[in-house]
Design a protein around this ligand. Structure first.
Ligand SMILES: Cc1cc2nc3c(=O)[nH]c(=O)nc-3n(C[C@H](O)[C@H](O)[C@H](O)COP(=O)(O)O)c2cc1C
Length: 322
């Protein structure tokens, strides 16, 4: 395939293995790159422990970036998450230092628009894939004004931190395609050629997928979780409110409790505190403790029936495009 996404990113197939905190690592990232798509390293990629130290977090990323380079010479990206609003951003500056020093070619910028960061990334010749947690056309246009090269339109079908607005992938993708001149990638519930073809028909020029790659041979998600996801389908997933908006999880003691709390009218802050942030995602998905942690996957799981290699997932997804 050769379209605008492939040209901008220097890849052969417009499919990105999206950032997913601890669930990403050099192995999965390089597998996506070597299959002609693009892999991402999310925060804490390749790690098993939690650190709250920004410099240590960035240095861990440096080590993982170097591992990617041992496994592929293709372009890849690193995820940055500048906070929304006035929250002090302690993680992005040391992460950017590493990104510049290691000459990472692309970032997935997910979070609040900070014009000075866009300018800095552009000065370093880095391509910017911008994804809002809560996509809206005005914000996308603003990101493009500051230099975003690609916009990701994320629908409510996705796994991970869900948008506050509940537009499905089918609704948000054309809205964003009409809003900007740069190419749009679709995220949320894309896992095979049917869903890939559908978002391309809606005007997207590529797919940005998390859940599909969690279920790959190369993914470091715990084996018992992979087996549980294979048996589950989208209607098994529990939905609850939390900070910043919604989350989905396979059932388990913690997820069941969050749903009960939500029904009983607990505040978002109480729900967020009980949920325990990404540490409990790590517990559920990396360590396989599905009772005390949670398992965040997207609605696409209904149709994932086998664990395939990352290369096979990308080949199957794009099989109708040459
Ligand atoms: C377990 C999990 C962790 C995630 N972590 C991150 C993250 O660290 N940074 C980020 O920008 N998005 C994160 N996401 C969102 C993905 O990058 C992507 O947008 C989403 O998975 C696409 O929807 P899909 O899962 O239906 O393919 C995460 C998603 C999942 C499922």
């Amino acid at each position: 395939m050769n379209n605008r996404i492939c040209e901008i990113l220097g890849i052969e197939k417009p499919v990105i293995q999206a950032p997913m905190v601890w669930l990403t690592d050099a192995k999965l990232c390089a597998a996506a790159c070597n299959a002609g798509g693009m892999g991402s390293l999310g925060p804490n990629a390749g790690q098993t422990t939690v650190t709250r130290d920004p410099v240590e977090t960035a240095e861990h990323m440096r080590a993982e970036i170097r591992k990617v380079r041992e496994l592929t010479d293709k372009p890849f990206n690193v995820n940055i998450l500048p906070p929304y609003g006035d929250t002090k951003d302690i993680f992005t500056p040391p992460m950017l230092k590493v990104i510049y020093e290691e000459k990472v070619p692309v970032v997935t910028y997910v979070g609040g628009i900070r014009p000075e960061l866009f300018a800095e990334l552009k000065e370093h010749g880095i391509k910017i894939i911008f994804r809002s947690l809560d996509p809206d056309p005005d914000e996308a246009r603003e990101a493009v004004k500051y230099g975003a090269d690609i916009i990701v339109a994320t629908g409510f079908d996705e796994g991970g931190t869900l948008p506050d607005m509940t537009l499905g992938t089918f609704s948000i993708v054309p809205l964003m395609v009409d809003a900007v001149d740069v190419p749009v990638m679709a995220a949320g519930g894309i896992y095979d050629s049917r869903t890939f073809n559908a978002v391309m028909a809606l005007g997207a020029e590529g797919a940005y997928c998390g859940t599909a790659f969690l279920m790959s041979e190369e993914s470091r998600m715990a084996e018992n979780v992979k087996q549980a996801v294979l048996k589950a389908n989208a209607k098994d997933l529990l939905l609850f409110r939390t900070i910043p908006a919604y989350y989905r999880s396979l059932p388990g003691a913690l997820a069941n409790k969050l749903v009960e709390m939500d029904k009983a009218g607990a505040s978002n802050e109480e729900l967020g505190k009980t949920m325990g942030g990404f540490a409990n995602l790590r517990k559920g998905m990396l360590e396989g403790d599905m009772e005390n942690g949670y398992v965040s996957v997207g609605n696409g799981i209904s149709f994932i029936h086998e664990i395939k290699s990352t290369a096979q997932i990308i080949a199957d997804m794009t099989k109708d495009y040459h």
